[in-house]
Design a protein around this ligand. Sequence first.
Ligand code: NAP
Ligand code: MG
Length: 500
Amino acid sequence: MSSTFTYQFDTPTYKGTSTVPTGLFINGKFVDPVEKGTIEVINPVNGKVITSVAAGTAADIEIAAQAAKKAYKERWGLKVPGAQRGRMLNKLADLLEANADEFAALEALDVGKAFNMARRSDVPGTVAVLRYYAGWADKIQGKTIETNENKMAYTRHEPIGVVGAIIPWNFPLSMLSWKIGPALAAGNTVILKPSELTPLTALRLCPLLVEAGFPDGVINIVNGYGSTAGQALSENNIVDKVAFTGSTLTGRKIMETAAKSNLKKVSLELGGKSPSVIFDDVDLEQTVKWVAHGIFMNHGQACTAGSRIFVQAGIYDEFLKRFTAHALSLKVGDPFARDTYQGPQVSQTQFERIMGYIKSGKEDGATVHVGGERHGDQGYFIQPTIFTECKPTMKIVQEEIFGPVAAIIKFTTEEEAVEQANDTLFGLACSVFTRDIDRAIRVAHSIEAGTAWINCHNVPEVNVPFGGFKQSGIGRELGEYALEHYTNVKAVHINIGHRL
Ligand code: NAP
Ligand code: MG
C-alpha cells in the first residue's frame, strides 16, 4: 500500500507539520504505480532530495482513464445536478482555505517561491478560482433557437467526458485549479498530471477531494514524467480532451499526439515573450514598480513575464536608473525568510537554461547592466538581471527565458514600439504605460496578444479570460470563456407536427 511523507517546518514564517501521501490517487484511493517507479522531489534551495513520490506510466494512466470513464458514466456528469457539483467545489475551496498556511509552505518548499507570496497570492488565488467555478456549475446552459413555427431547436452544453490535465511547475496549485475548476463545474471527470518537479501540493489536496465529497474516480491525480505519463495521457483513447499549460514545444507534441490518436480536443496555454511598452508621460514611480512586478514576480517564471521592456527615449535614462535601483533592492534568498522577494529557480535544468541565456546575451553583444550571475553558492538562485543594448535578433529578445532576466530596448515613436512589440512568435500578453488614454487604448489594441494590461502587468483576474494569440496557445482559461473548452454543444431539433 502506498505511503506518506511527513515534513516538519520550523521557519521564521511557518511552523507546522505536513503529511503528504506519495502514491497515485486513482479512483478515490492511493495506489502504487504498476511499474513501481519513483520521482525524487528536490529542494531548489540546496539541491537536496526532500522525498520521493510515485511515478505513474502509461499503465497507470490507462487504469485512471477507465476509472474516470466509469465515474463519468455512473456517478458524475449530468447525473449530479450542477448545484451539487458546485457545493463540492465550494467545500474544497473551504478546506483549502482552512489549511492555507500548510499549502503555502509546501508550495514554497517544492517550488522555491517565497512563502509570503504563496500565502498571499497562490493559495487565495486557487481558492478564488474554485469558488468562481463553483458558482458556474448550475449556470451552464444552452439557448432556445427560433427556426419556424413547426419546429423548435435548443442547445445543450454537455460535459465532454474524461479530461486530461497536464500542468507546469511555476504555479502548481493555481494551475491545478484553472483546470479542475471549469472541468468539474461542467461535469467532466479529470486525470491530472502535475509536473514531475512539483507534485507535493496536488498530492496533499487528494484527501481534501475525498472530504469535499467528490465521488471516486471523478478526480484522479497521477504523478509521472512528462515523456511517459504526460505522453500517455495525450495518447490515451479514453481521454476526450487534454488541457495543457507549459512550453510551446510540449504543446506542439500534445497536439500532434492528439491528432494521431482519437482526435481529442486540445486547449493549450503556452509560452510568451511579453512586451511592456513605456511612454515618456508616465508616472515613473508606479511604472517602475509594475514593470518590475511584470518581469521579476515568481523569479521570472511566469508565462506572462514582461521580459521585453520598451522605453521611450525621453525617459530612458531616468527609467533605467530607477528600475536598476528597484531590481537591486529585491531581496533574494530563503523562501521562508520574512523579507524574501525571490527564491531559487525551480530546478538545476532551469537554472542552467537561464544562465545559458545570460551567456548568449553577453556573447551577442548586449550589456549586463546589473546582475547576470548566480546568487550565493548553493541551490538555484540567480540575481535579478537587466540587459541593455539589446537588438531584436538576439536570442534574449526572441526566446522565452523564464527567469529573472529583463531586456531593455529604447524606442522613439509609437509605430516603432508597436512594430517591435509584435516582432515575436508569441502573443500571450503585453502592457502599455502612458497617461494618454487614446494612445493607451490604441497600443493595447495594436499589440497581438490575448491579454493587454494598461498601466499594470501580471494581474490576471478569475473572471477575465486568459490565453494566447499566435504560438502562445489555443483556447482561453478563466472566466466564462473557459467553459467553452470543457463542454460539447449539442443542437436538438424538435418537429412540432410538420409532416413530410
Ligand atoms: P514542459 O515540458 O512544457 O512541462 C509542462 C508539463 O508538461 C509538465 O507537467 C511536464 O511534465 C509535461 N510534459 C513534458 N513532456 C510532455 C509530453 N511529451 N507529453 C505530455 N506532457 C509532457 O516545460 P518544462 O520543460 O518544465 O520547462 C521548459 C520551458 O517551458 C520553460 O523554460 C518555460 O519557457 C516554459 N514553461 C512555460 C510555462 C507556462 O506557464 N506557460 C510553464 C512551465 C514552463 P514533467 O514536468 O514531468 O516533464
Ligand atoms: Mg521541487
